[in-house]
Design a protein. Structure first.
Length: 148
């Protein structure tokens, strides 16, 4: 995945696609930071790269929201463009219905039946749905399903 990002970065430079280039440079910088972080092995797996990109996309979307709140739509637009350029490298996200169906299976597996069992369900769900669904959506759906 890291090689793909590098190759796409070169292509973006040649195409003079500044938004995609900025997005890819941000990803590359975050990967380099992860590789050189204290206690790191100097290698990152594709799964690590996906987590890094998810974090960057989330940051971009939060920044866009803050820019919109501050009345700066042109800056928000740029953040959202970068986020969408980064999302290309993420696995396809599950729909809300698909996540709910998976959560119902998990709830049955762990034997959860009341809202106080949320921790058990979330522990399994966040591992199984990592990269496939946003954590906020998972927790909202778990609350809804357990409060029935």
């Amino acid at each position: 995945m890291e090689k793909r990002i590098q190759a796409d970065m070169v292509a973006a430079m040649k195409a003079k696609d500044s938004v995609k280039l900025a997005s890819l440079r941000a990803i590359k910088a975050a990967i380099m930071l992860a590789k050189t972080a204290e206690g790191a092995t100097g290698e990152v797996t594709d799964q690590d790269v996906v987590k890094i990109i998810q974090k960057l996309v989330k940051q971009r979307k939060e920044s866009a929201q803050q820019y919109n709140d501050a009345g700066r739509p042109e800056l928000a637009e740029n953040e959202l463009a970068e986020a969408s350029a980064m999302e290309v490298y993420l696995p396809k996200q599950l729909s809300e219905a698909e996540v709910e169906a998976e959560l119902e299976k998990i709830i049955a597996e762990v034997g959860a039946s009341q809202p106080s069992d949320m921790g058990k369900v979330m522990g399994v769900a966040t591992k199984r749905l990592a990269g496939l669904a946003e954590g906020r959506m998972i927790s909202t759906l778990v609350k809804k399903l357990l409060s029935r």
